[in-house]
Design a protein around this ligand. Structure first.
Ligand code: NAP
Length: 312
């Protein structure tokens, strides 16, 4: 008797982000009719090219959705005190619902002090300890501002109708911006969750038990096919440029599209998961075009939510 092996489902982050953004545009329009426009203030310190690109696309997306936005661009020499004063002025502004401090900040700036100075109601990155605590204590997602990347993961799972309740989820990575909040969200959604990190012994034995694997490590192709249970859902958060011929050959043998991208730019972006693991999965998020596509949409969602919650 032959067993039927079905191809994995590709969880299309770009399409899901598109759905979320069109829902948000309608919500912004409804807010405008009720007499307010959600507003986001972005603080970008110095001239880090990658940060400038991120911030520009955040501001552009605000414009597309009808969200008011403004940018504050102090020089790299700005002091913590000056930034605290800027945050205090934005906290006090009625037309600003969200405050985003683009990271990383210059080394001389006290990042945690600054993140904690943003009032929790305007903390659209969800990094404030009050918001982290609300997430951990199981407050409903509709009522809290939670970190954007893990919130995007939950949207992908939910909108793709991947069952979470009662399933075994393994999160690889324990950062405050991805791994830990992703684990908290999965627990809140009634998965049985294990969090792994660089000191985890026999990682593969743990990941092989997972129905849902979330890889947030920062190492190209780290999760191999041997580490994954066939049919599992794989959420690949990693964003790693690979720039050597050996890596291209190892992960994308015979892949003409990847080779073309590699030859054009000198690198190609891949996640933390080896494509051979995707091939045996039940569903997976590609890189690019998976989780990364959701992050800005979730920032917009948090801005609209912050505006609504502040007026509730
Ligand atoms: P991070 O702060 O560097 O955390 C990486 C985590 O991976 C750490 O907890 C680390 O363990 C763990 N780790 C490292 N080596 C490991 C190993 N050999 N075995 C098991 N665990 C290991 O990174 P992050 O900020 O969470 O980001 C993770 C990845 O996601 C990066 O590629 C980043 O670019 C990407 N990212 C993507 C988005 C998006 O929008 N798609 C957003 C944020 C981040 P220890 O704690 O023990 O060191």
């Amino acid at each position: 008797m032959s067993s039927i092996v079905s191809s994995p489902i590709v969880l299309d982050g770009i399409a899901i982000a598109g759905q979320i953004k069109s829902e948000l545009a309608a919500e912004v329009e409804a807010a405008r009719e009720r007499g307010y426009v959600p507003g986001l203030a972005v603080i970008l310190v110095g001239e880090v090219p990658a940060s400038q690109i991120y911030v520009r696309s955040k501001v552009k997306t605000c414009g597309e959705l009808g969200i008011y936005s403004e940018m504050h661009t102090p020089p790299a020499s700005v002091t913590t005190e000056e930034l605290l004063a800027l945050v205090a002025s934005l906290n006090a502004r009625e037309n600003i619902d969200g405050i985003l401090i683009q990271l990383p900040l210059p080394a001389h700036v006290d990042t945690s002090r600054l993140l904690e100075a943003v009032m929790p109601e305007k903390d659209v990155d969800g990094f404030h300890p009050v918001n982290a605590g609300r997430l951990l204590s199981g407050s409903p997602m509709e009522e809290i501002l939670a970190p954007c990347t893990p919130a995007g993961i939950m949207e992908i799972l939910r909108r793709s109708k991947i069952q979470i309740r009662g399933k075994r989820a393994v999160v690889i990575g324990r950062s405050n911006i991805v791994g830990k909040p992703a684990a908290a969200m999965l627990i809140n959604a009634s998965a049985t969750v294990t969090v792994c990190h660089s000191q985890t012994a026999d990682l593969g034995a743990i990941t092989r038990e997972a129905d849902i694997v979330v890889a947030a490590i920062g190492k190209a192709g780290f999760v191999s096919a041997e580490m994954v249970k066939p049919g599992a859902t794989i959420i690949d958060v990693g964003m790693n440029p690979i720039s050597t011929e050996a890596e291209l050959q190892k992960f994308f043998p015979g892949n003409a599209t990847r080779r073309a991208a590699f030859e054009k730019r000198g690198s190609t972006l891949m996640g933390d998961v080896d494509p051979a693991a995707f091939a045996i999965s039940g569903a997976y998020t590609p890189v690019p075009g998976g989780v990364g596509a959701l992050t800005i949409a979730m920032l917009m969602a948090n801005t609209v939510k912050a505006a609504r919650l502040r007026r509730a």
